[in-house]
Ligand binder design. Structure first.
Ligand SMILES: Cc1ncc(COP(=O)(O)O)c(C=O)c1O
Length: 423
């Protein structure tokens, strides 16, 4: 069969040739802030700029304390340590997230216990988390996946009912608001990442927000070689390490933070329009936003491709076709976290204290909604929604065009891998 020349995949004209807004974005403000640090010689981590940024970030989220650190992975480890998680303690985590959500638990010699996601919002399901609670459970880490806050009403209740530490992994959710309350206020601590693609970035970096002075002190001390605020440089009270960020990072972060509200507003406006338009495009279903979410920074816009409405064309072919049209869409995580070789190998447990125990048989674990989402999910990254309505129209146009030509995608797949001929 001769493929339809309409699709760019088969030589037609792509819907979009202009680039989408790039990321990270910066301006003269970042440049002059950086130069200021360069010239005044105060480059290190004990730095006014660091303290200024920590206060501004905490203030934006309405929390009392903010302690910056090297990255979002370390921030999780710090939050877990400050919550007292240690050998053998079970911590419930979702499997649809970046590895750090679970590996930080292992680094504290705790036991990650995976519970399934809600298929509509893609966040950890409160009822699945409740079913995973055992007498050894000490904490739950919720991830505000893609920027959408998890069901904080349900998780706060669960944490209280079972006396568990609640930690918010807000690596995707800078400035997100649940009901009237910004993320960062619901548990014992919340963690953020400033890695290069995050909504506030300095290339690398992280922060722990908390309303507890005890947690803030512990986190600060751990990041600063076990020192105490006000103590001597060579006085070490507890075991700590050096997880500080530099003055350069803080200088960029303060400027990036100033850009966040306007960027969030722009993305919300464009994503709202995208949702409306996508409703009339067959073959794609966007994830639901809980009506209690009052601000959604849209770090990732996640959609499912519906195989049955594509005549069976594979997700990878649909992605290939959309990319050929100039839309940089991505498949989501290739599999739920527990399918990573780390969890399948004999590398676990990470400590020999005797308290570590396999709470779950990771090698036979199969959480249906997480599995399904990893098979069907696509995401569009936040920078695609920082531009104009025409950008959104291009994405919608490409989705329509690819769906309209679905039969050619199936024919293409068959031609690529013909079914074996019987002898
Ligand atoms: C949900 C989540 N948690 C934690 C992290 C870890 O952050 P970092 O890369 O700064 O260590 C990431 C990074 O992408 C993430 O997506």
């Amino acid at each position: 069969m001769i493929p339809d020349m309409e699709l760019a995949l088969f030589g037609g004209n792509p819907i979009r040739t202009d680039p989408f807004p790039s990321w990270p974005s910066f301006g003269e403000e970042e440049e002059s802030s950086l130069l200021q640090v360069l010239r005044n010689g105060s480059w290190g981590g004990y730095n006014e700029k660091v303290a200024e940024f920590e206060s501004a970030f905490a203030a934006m989220h309405g929390t009392r304390y903010g302690v910056s650190c090297a990255n979002g992975t370390v921030a999780l480890e710090l939050a877990l340590r400050a919550s007292g998680i240690s050998c053998g303690d079970e911590v419930i985590v979702p499997p649809v997230t970046f590895a750090a959500t679970a590996t930080s638990v292992l680094l504290c010699h705790g036991v990650p216990v995976f519970a399934d996601i809600d298929p509509e919002t893609l966040n950890l399901s409160p009822s699945a988390a409740q079913r995973a609670i055992t007498p050894r459970t000490r904490a739950i880490i919720v991830v505000h996946f893609g920027g959408q806050p998890a069901d904080m009403d349900a998780f706060c209740l669960l944490a209280e009912q079972y006396d568990l530490a609640l930690i918010e992994d807000a690596a995707h959710a800078h400035g997100a608001v649940w009901r009237g309350m910004p993320v960062g206020n619901f548990g014992i601590a919340a963690t953020f990442s400033f890695q290069s693609f995050k909504l506030v970035t300095s290339g690398e970096g992280g922060i722990v927000l908390t309303n507890s002075s005890d947690v803030a002190d512990k986190v600060w001390s751990y990041c600063n070689q076990g020192r105490r605020d006000g103590g001597g440089w060579f006085e070490h009270f507890t075991l700590g390490t050096n997880y500080r960020i530099t003055g350069f990072q803080a200088a960029i972060l303060s400027q990036q933070l100033r850009r966040l509200p306007e960027q969030t507003r722009k993305r919300e406006e464009n994503v709202h329009y995208f949702r409306q338009q996508l409703e009339s495009v067959p073959g794609f279903k966007i994830s639901r936003v809980d009506s209690r979410v009052k601000r959604h920074p849209n770090y990732l816009v996640t959609i499912r491709y519906l195989s049955s409405q594509f005549g069976g064309a594979r997700r990878e072919t649909v992605i290939q076709a959309l990319r050929a049209e100039g839309i940089p869409v991505q498949p989501v995580y290739p599999y739920p976290l527990y399918r990573n070789p780390l969890f399948q190998s004999n590398g676990l447990p990470p400590c020999r204290c005797g308290r570590w125990h396999p709470a779950q048989e990771y090698s036979s674990l199969s959480l249906p909604e997480s599995e399904r989402f990893c098979r069907e999910g696509l995401w569009l990254e936040h920078n695609l929604f920082l531009g104009t309505r025409e950008d959104v129209d291009a994405i919608i146009g490409a989705c329509c065009k690819v769906h309209r030509n679905r039969s050619h995608l199936v024919a293409f797949e068959n031609a690529e891998s013909p079914s074996p001929t019987p002898h």
